[in-house]
Design a protein around this ligand. Sequence first.
Ligand SMILES: [Zn+2]
Length: 59
Amino acid sequence: MSYCEKCKRLEMIPFSQEDINHALENGGLFTKSLDHGDHMLSLKIDCNGSVRRETVFQR
Ligand SMILES: [Zn+2]
């Protein structure tokens, strides 16, 4: 689950086996960006599907 500090939204992170494979090839982390309308939530996720870092970007 990811948490957006900007809009207080909790949501499931959509990721695939391909993302996991990518993580394993890149030091164990992959990045997902979620579109929240006026801002983006960027997530660093490890190969267990746990969020390591959440960053909010303003548009
Ligand atoms: Zn948000």
